[in-house]
Design a protein around this ligand. Sequence first.
Ligand code: FAD
Length: 307
Amino acid sequence: MTTFSFELYPPRNAAAEVALQDSLAHLVASRPEFISVTYGANGSTRGMSLGVLRQLLATDVKPMAHLTCVGSSYAEASRLIREFLDAGVTSFLALRGDPPRGATEADAFLGDLGSASELVQLIHRVQAERSPFSLADVPGFPGAKKVASGEKVTIAVAAFPNGHPRSRSVEQDLDTLLAKEAAGANLAISQLFFHADDYLGFVDRARAAGVTMRILPGIMPVLSPQRLARILQLTDEAEPIALRRALASTDDPEAQRAIGIEHATALGADLLAGGASGLHLYTFNQHAAVLDVLEGVGVLHDSKEHA
Ligand code: FAD
């Protein structure tokens, strides 16, 4: 079955918190595989992120916590991972993180952990310490027990179909992804991109290099020229010229919205036709556009539930 999942960010103020409740209810009702919640630079959103994750834990939808290496000692990062595990979160997106506002790549902004791979290893270590093993039934021998491995956690990592801005070559991006899988990652989620071939070609190269974990494509409906400009600034992706021209061809926000939905729907359909096992949607904390895209692609479980 084709899966879909969403990314949210923690609300930044009371009004955003109220708006998020409405979106969260619609997104949960669509029964995604998981909903991931971002983590601000330097742990600035720790409490808010955990609040949204706890809310998701009260639903049937699996929450995924983003964690970064920024500014943490081993001890602090271990404590944070334990806090999330104790709350019941067993899915993580392990990231290096970007320099906080005012800092650059040249500044020492990371702390003890230098890369996402090291964070992946630390999450496994903390999980193994909490739950080193459990007892499982032995098939065919009623009452007999055997030692089973500890509870499994999902550890996702970032992938960059068009290259990470800091990476010097395609090979470096592939090596980094391989290193994350070798460290124990079992899922990759891609940076957003605008052409299906960017992702499909990247997956081919990753498989040829030996990456075996699922690589989910991350996509976002872009509903205005201003939003497009902001996304390009944040991601360093190349400008999708046809989409930029189409969005600039009208001043009507409704028409621009329709153009953005149509583009993301066509992209989603091409990705699934090309072999992607699911779609991960960046929601910008708004449900309507991403659900319209999923409806258009035809992957919502039961569209009546989202009316
Ligand atoms: P890494 O895999 O550790 O490395 C990034 C790149 O740097 C690699 O491609 C590699 O080529 C290069 N590199 C790594 N180590 C070295 C080295 N020693 N020398 C030279 N080059 C090296 N950021 C947040 O702050 N919060 C979030 O919630 C968040 N969510 C995200 C979700 C997704 C799906 C994605 C794609 C990104 C997200 N980010 C988030 C942004 C992310 O933190 C940045 O893109 C960051 O710059 C890279 O993170 P990474 O985990 O890929 O790093």
